[in-house]
Design a protein around this ligand. Structure first.
Ligand code: B12
Ligand code: SF4
Length: 525
């Protein structure tokens, strides 16, 4: 008799949709297997060890499925141990020695928190295995999830021998393990037995037809399920598709999920939402890499939203990552009617020339038109616009263009409704940007992308010279003047210093500039 324990490793409270989907899938294929979900995200840190021991003692699993969601903490917001971006910038760019020292202390705190969490999670995996071996010497450990998908190579030396390390979605792999079948063709390796294949992450995931998650069953095998229903501002994850066909130079989603977009049938998505709705959930996060990955998927998005509307679920809200170049007036209308109340536009830059150089493949003019359609459809909520400055070939002119673009978005939605979120790219393995960094001697092959040592972190928190110090100083000044409205302050400071371009300049990417494209454009996967 198989007994599977799904352990979601500690994480900020975010619904553990990954293990829920795996447990649901495995239950549908093997209805007789006993499952239990144990979510360390709901346990206070001091109780982790004891709670894990107790769960294993009671359940005595013979397969341990560990799900690890996030490792990286480069976020421009307060989080674990403080605001990592502010600490790093104070340490790297402050001229005032006291501020530099404050940055150093802050950075130390963040670094300690980072390594502390890393070692604690690795410790929990080892501890879980040893505890489970008391009851079953043949117990196996499988580990997967977002963090593992990104850092599967680095984790190799830190996990117990025999651990099966999985990249990307894990349903078929677990199915194979339970059937005692060969799983060597899956995106995985076994610590101490096989090496991760070269380019493993670029392999396509196995096809899988997703059906609505059976939440009655999930509620049976997961005692803390209701934890996520207590706060009514929680956004529960629902996946509507997998994969993204794009090539944005800094993005790893497209390799983790694969380039082939696989749509989950709209009726199944609505059936899944309905079960959550009946349990009182009103906020949903469509966890897709992109909700509308390309024009050819607009009809699928329309079908889904129309079915949500027809289902009669009232007062619901949803959010997702959305490429704003793929909207139509009909879609905008449905988005508003179905309760999309938070909108993130990840345009990165307001300069069409840089959009092309970063291989992001969209047209800024179209984005503006679609934003106007959205506003006309009645969208009146907050729009968060993500900007990552200084990715590649940024210069004062492209900054002025980004300012012009941002001001136009403010004219469309209202300045109080458009929130600029200032990011700097956290460089990730397996991206075009990583290859660019190798080719330009910014990083050396064999570097450790998980390292938080200041000399490596400075390269991974992507803000290269010659503009690195300029942005460093602008950000420091913005935090000093108005840390509560950091993004807007950054834009105001940039505009005061550099002025604003003509919008038409921002929207054009003159063809003769193609000659000057950096190596990036010629990179292959
Ligand atoms: C949607 C999303 C968000 C949404 C989540 C909304 C919500 N309410 O759910 C928002 C915007 C809030 C968000 C925030 C963050 N995110 Co995020 N997010 C994603 C995204 C795009 C999808 C995650 C998801 O839910 N997918 C759908 C579910 C079903 O898939 P899944 O959980 O990955 O599980 C599947 C597989 O991983 C696998 N699997 C999972 N566990 C296991 C276990 C075993 C044993 C096996 C075999 C397989 C397996 O099978 C599952 C089913 O197919 C991923 C990138 C991506 N494309 O994967 C990043 C990602 C998970 N996020 C990431 C990060 C870092 C964050 C932040 C910490 C960013 C930050 N610095 O602030 C925050 C904070 C999150 C928190 N804990 O508080 C990283 C994590 C890895 C890392 N780099 O450390 C990812 C991978 C993106 C990246 N650039 O690397 N995120
Ligand atoms: S940034 Fe968005 S559109 Fe670009 S590859 Fe990543 S998920 Fe796809």
């Amino acid at each position: 008799m198989q007994k599977i324990l799904y352990v979601r490793l500690p994480c900020n409270p975010i619904f553990p949709i990954g293990v829920v989907y795996i447990a649901d899938h495995v239950h549908k294929v093997f209805p007789k297997i006993e499952h239990k979900i144990f979510d360390l995200g709901t346990i206070p840190p001091l109780d982790f060890n004891q709670a894990l021991d107790q769960c294993i003692d009671e359940f005595q699993p013979n397969l341990l499925v560990f799900s690890w969601r996030d490792i990286q903490i480069y976020a421009p917001v307060g989080g674990r141990g403080g605001n990592p971006l502010q600490n790093a910038f104070e340490f790297y760019y402050a001229k005032n020695p006291l501020i530099k020292l404050r940055g150093a202390f802050g950075g130390l705190k963040v670094t300690r928190a980072y390594y502390g969490e890393l070692w604690r999670n690795l410790g929990l995996i080892k501890r879980g295995l040893q505890r489970a071996e008391r009851y079953n010497s043949e117990v196996r450990v499988v580990i997967g999830g977002g963090a593992v998908s990104v850092f599967y190579e680095q984790l190799q030396n830190q996990l117990p021998q025999g651990t099966i390390v999985s990249v990307g979605e894990g349903e078929i792999l677990i199915e194979r393990i339970l059937n005692n079948q060969d799983f060597s063709d899956q995106r995985c390796y076994v610590v101490g037995e096989t090496e991760p294949r070269k380019g493993l992450i670029h392999e396509q995931p196995s096809p899988l037809e997703k059906t609505a998650c059976n939440y009655d069953y999930i509620a049976n095998i997961w005692t803390e399920f209701s934890y996520y229903f207590q706060e009514n501002d929680f956004y529960i994850g629902v996946q509507t598709k997998r994969g993204c066909p794009h090539n944005c130079c800094y993005c790893v989603y497209t390799v983790v999920e694969g380039k082939q977009v696989r749509i989950n049938p709209a009726d199944e998505v609505v059936a899944e939402m309905r079960q959550l709705y009946d349990r009182g959930i009103r906020n949903f996060w469509f966890t897709d890499a992109q909700f509308i990955p390309a024009k050819m998927f607009i009809d699928d998005a329309i079908e889904l939203l129309q079915k949500i509307l027809d289902s009669g679920m009232k007062n619901i809200h949803w959010a997702s990552y959305i490429r704003a170049d793929n909207l139509t007036p009909e879609l905008c209308d449905l988005m508003v009617k179905t309760g999309m109340n938070y909108f993130e536009i990840g345009i990165t830059t307001g300069s069409q020339e840089l959009i092309r150089k970063m291989r992001m493949g969209y047209n800024l003019r179209t984005v503006l038109q679609n934003c106007r359609d959205l506003k006309n459809a009645g969208f009146n909520d907050l729009v968060s616009v993500n900007y990552s400055f200084n990715v590649i070939d940024e210069n004062f002119e492209t900054i002025r263009q980004t300012i012009a673009y941002h001001r136009e978005l403010e004219r469309i939605f209202g300045a109080d409704k458009v929130e600029p979120a200032i990011f700097f790219i956290g460089l990730q393995p397996h991206t075009h940007l990583e290859k660019y960094a190798f080719d330009n001697n910014i990083l050396k092959q064999g570097y450790n992308p998980m390292s938080m040592m200041p000399w490596t972190a400075k390269k991974l928190l992507w803000n290269p010279e010659p503009l690195g110090s300029f942005f460093g100083e602008i950000c420091l000044e913005a935090w000093r003047k108005n840390s509560l409205d950091f993004g807007r302050e950054v834009f105001n400071l940039l505009e005061t210093k550099l002025g604003c371009a003509d919008l038409e300049e921002a929207l054009n990417s003159p063809i003769n500039n193609r000659d000057k494209l950096p190596d990036l454009i010629t990179l292959s996967q």
